[in-house]
Design a protein around this ligand. Structure first.
Ligand SMILES: Cc1cc2nc3c(=O)[nH]c(=O)nc-3n(C[C@H](O)[C@H](O)[C@H](O)COP(=O)(O)OP(=O)(O)OC[C@H]3O[C@@H](n4cnc5c(N)ncnc54)[C@H](O)[C@@H]3O)c2cc1C
Length: 466
């Protein structure tokens, strides 16, 4: 595995640089110490809240974790960097949440609670597929709040985890950036659902990122004012591919157009930054380039449709784009077990199964014009536990897996399932003052079954995306 990095290594390098700076300061004649600045870390980072279970990141995994932990009775706090929950499900602007009901069957009470809250808003909010749900993201953002409120989960937004509190190699809280400065959140167990493994990285856990295989980022967009009796999604896809000569930012790779819930708006998914080469979403410069390029790319796509020779496309209006690019892949945590592509393609089962994943291998779109189907496979509890760090669980996109192992089954329903298991495990650990790795897996499995999760691999039915 290349690209191993821990924040402790980075900090030790930064410490060396700081020491050099201190030596320079000592030899120079400087003004007196700025004694007005308080030096106590507690004063500078006051306690904002305490919880049994703290979940960082409110995407599909974080929602699953928060609902799982709070339903178990834990005092649960979910924090999110944006002003709303949903993660990629929300800022992609309407992509289908795959594997929410594989085979059309309920997957867990946690998945069903979100579906039920969406259904309460009617057909515009949700369209059910064979295994997936199509949402209007504005309804989704409110439905998540409804579900969190129902289970009594506390949540705070505009809170970005910026560091961790680690005591005796155990994560006991996070430092968050707020408008009032850095503040502290403490918890008996923490779940990293940031997608990018921020918490694990800050705490010094080994994380994995493979620069040579990173997948593109994509800014989702929506268009409206379409006469659906005259235009099919394929017309839009074709027009965009043909317009690349005049609009060179349009991706050369895949472009997919889908109808949102029961709406007249259509959602465009595409190969995003693929033509810029492999980019690291955690690198500040590369991320800035990706975000700015993607805004111009979306603009060119809309301009191309409005300038199309097809008169039915000319009235199209741009109705929205995400608040940020959607990230397919970045850092992943190195756990006690690392899920591999082989596990996914052979449908591997594990004694310590706490969830299963189904769907396809998402390597950034289609391979030779087709999606690569995987087998339903188990997720072992060990893949949620960082190898060398206590007090922390990881779930969703950043759980412990190789590049292809992570690409396998990272559909949102699967991410919710691993989040659900991580949240429950955190709640059970907190209730009994045990570290997550001390938890008896049978106890966690029993709690998951109680939440309607069928962990028996033999009964599973593969349900397919397309
Ligand atoms: C372009 C694209 C197309 C996709 N297509 C599909 C599809 O059609 N169907 C499907 O099911 N899946 C699809 N996926 C995959 C799916 O969207 C992701 O795997 C899934 O959203 C991952 O969920 P997550 O909760 O792990 O992470 P995310 O959805 O990335 O959520 C992470 C959350 O954590 C928050 N966060 C991050 N850092 C911090 C921090 N430091 N402090 C506080 N909060 C933080 C973020 O704001 C975000 O809300 C697609 C992904 C991409 C990028």
């Amino acid at each position: 595995m290349n690209g191993k990095n821990t924040r402790r290594e980075f900090l030790s390098a930064a410490g060396t640089m700081a020491a050099g700076g201190a030596a320079l300061a000592a030899s120079a004649s400087l003004a007196s110490e700025p004694s007005a600045i308080p030096s106590s870390p507690d004063h500078r980072r006051p306690l904002l809240a305490e919880a049994d279970v703290l979940i960082v990141g409110g995407g599909p995994a974080g929602i699953g974790a928060a609902l799982g932990a709070a339903r178990q009775g834990a005092k649960t706090l979910l924090i999110e960097n944006h002003s709303f929950f949903g993660g990629v499900a929300a800022w992609s602007m309407g992509m289908q949440m795959n594997q929410m009901r594989p085979g059309g069957k309920p997957r867990s009470q946690v998945h069903e609670l979100l579906i039920q809250k969406l259904k309460a808003y009617g057909d515009q909010a949700i369209r059910l597929g064979q295994h997936e749900i199509w949402c209007n993201v504005e309804y989704l953002k409110v439905a998540v709040l409804d579900a969190l409120d129902q289970v009594g989960c506390r949540y705070l937004v505009h809170l970005r985890a910026a560091d961790t509190l680690v005591e005796n190699n155990r994560v006991v809280g996070v430092i968050v950036a707020t408008k009032k400065g850095l503040m502290t959140l403490r918890a008996k167990a923490v779940v990293d659902c940031t997608g990018d493994a921020d918490v694990a990285f800050y705490a010094g856990a080994e994380t994995m990122i493979e620069a040579s295989t990173l997948m593109p980022m994509t800014l989702g967009l929506t268009v409206t004012n379409i006469d659906q009796t005259k235009v099919r999604p394929a017309d839009i896809e074709k027009a965009l591919h043909q317009a690349r000569g005049q609009h060179p930012l349009i991706p050369s790779g895949f472009i997919e157009v889908k109808q949102l819930a029961h709406s007249v708006s259509w959602w465009i998914n595409h190969a995003g930054t693929a033509d810029l080469g492999r980019m690291d979403p955690t690198d500040v410069e590369q991320r800035t380039q990706a975000e700015c390029f993607s805004r111009r790319q979306a603009l060119q796509m809309v301009q191309a449709l409005r300038a199309s020779d097809n008169p039915a496309l000319q009235p199209i209006e741009w109705s929205g784009a995400g608040p940020q690019v959607s990230v397919r892949e970045s850092r992943r945590v190195k756990g006690v077990y690392v899920i591999t592509e082989e596990d996914a393609m052979t449908g591997r089962t594990f004694e310590d199964a706490i969830a299963w994943r189904s769907g396809f291998l998402d390597l950034g779109g289609q391979k030779d014009g087709k999606y690569v189907k995987m087998q339903i496979h188990d997720v072992p509890y060990r893949a949620l536990l960082p190898e060398k760090l206590d007090g922390l669980l990881t779930a969703g996109r950043c759980l412990s897996a190789t590049h292809a192992g992570a690409a396998a089954g990272k559909s949102m329903g699967n991410c919710m399932a691993t989040g659900h298991a991580a949240g429950l495990a955190a709640a059970l650990s907190a209730a009994s003052n045990r570290r997550p790795r001390e938890l008896k897996v049978a106890e966690l499995q029993a709690a998951l079954r109680g939440d309607g999760v069928d962990l028996a691999a033999k009964d599973r039915e593969q349900s397919w995306l397309k």
